[in-house]
Design a binder for this molecule. Structure first.
Ligand code: ZN
Length: 271
């Protein structure tokens, strides 16, 4: 017993139970932090059919971290807890206005605006691979720590911007862009397992990391990928270098985070 306690202290030196420290941001693209109580040892929580990240704070006190879709309507929503019964917990999603961003693609990069048939074929082939990666849900938490910044550079494009490429409306910006020179090493934001390390049409060289319970971080437009799919990594391990592969107008890191299959603002997870 004593040995186990000592081991726990070594693993989680901050005392208490190690858990993610997230500020409640119940807006589209944010994270709703919803507390609940159960004496079930392994409760499951669901939002819009997707399983949600849960953490035990103390005894019967649990917390669900719900990623809110960027296109979610404001108003009252429900989280379903599956323990000994199905109970619903109400929470509110509030409004947040994201700014517009206009980007101009020129020369070779114009193919990302008007992909040809071969490109469309490739996009179609890649879509289910990326979709499957976003749906990964490992029961085991592979990390209990908040994220560290993958690179030091300034943020050149914040999360959630409503984007227009050469005047055409496209999906909102699904992550943070950090400026940096080509070849700058990129650190894993937290410990986990590599889900994907591959080359895609829009993303270019991309790495996806599973941190457990539907928490996934993604790193795209890399110059080099330095990890393999299936590899276990620690927080801070170098996974690749900054580049401008795929739909990028200059060298930068696009850093994205998924929770319950929903893209959220990575700042919520950062220390
Ligand atoms: Zn980006």
């Amino acid at each position: 017993m004593k040995k186990i306690k000592l081991l726990l202290l070594l693993v989680f030196p901050l005392g208490a139970l190690a858990s993610l420290n997230i500020i409640n941001t119940p807006v589209p693209g944010g994270v709703a932090v919803v507390d609940f109580y159960t004496d079930h040892s392994n409760p499951e929580a669901y939002y819009r059919q997707a399983r949600v990240y849960v953490q035990q704070l103390e005894g019967q006190h649990w917390q669900a971290l719900i990623g809110i879709p960027l296109l979610e309507k404001i108003g009252e929503k429900h989280l379903t807890i599956k323990d000994f019964s199905n109970k619903k917990i109400a929470f509110k999603v509030k409004n947040h206005n994201y700014k517009e961003q206009h980007i101009t693609l020129t020369g070779k990069k114009k193919k990302y605006l008007n992909p040809n048939l071969a490109h469309l074929d490739r996009i179609k082939r890649e879509r289910p691979i990326l979709s499957k990666a976003r749906k990964v849900f490992s029961n085991k938490k592979l990390s209990n720590k908040n994220f560290i910044r993958p690179v030091d550079g300034i943020t050149t494009s914040p999360f959630g911007f409503k984007r227009f490429f050469n005047g055409k409306a496209r999906r909102a910006h699904s992550g943070l862009d950090y400026a940096g020179k080509t070849g700058t090493p990129i650190k894993a934001a937290a410990a986990g397992k590599i889900i994907i390390s591959d080359d895609f049409f829009f993303n270019g060289n991309a790495v996806f990391i599973d941190h457990g319970q539907g928490l996934i971080s993604v790193y795209i437009h890399l110059n080099k990928r330095l990890v393999e799919s299936g590899q276990i990594i620690k927080q801070g391990d170098i996974i690749g270098t900054i580049g401008q592969t795929g739909r990028a107008t200059g060298p930068h890191l696009h850093f994205g985070v998924y929770l319950n299959q929903t893209v959220i603002n990575p700042n919520v997870l950062l220390k």
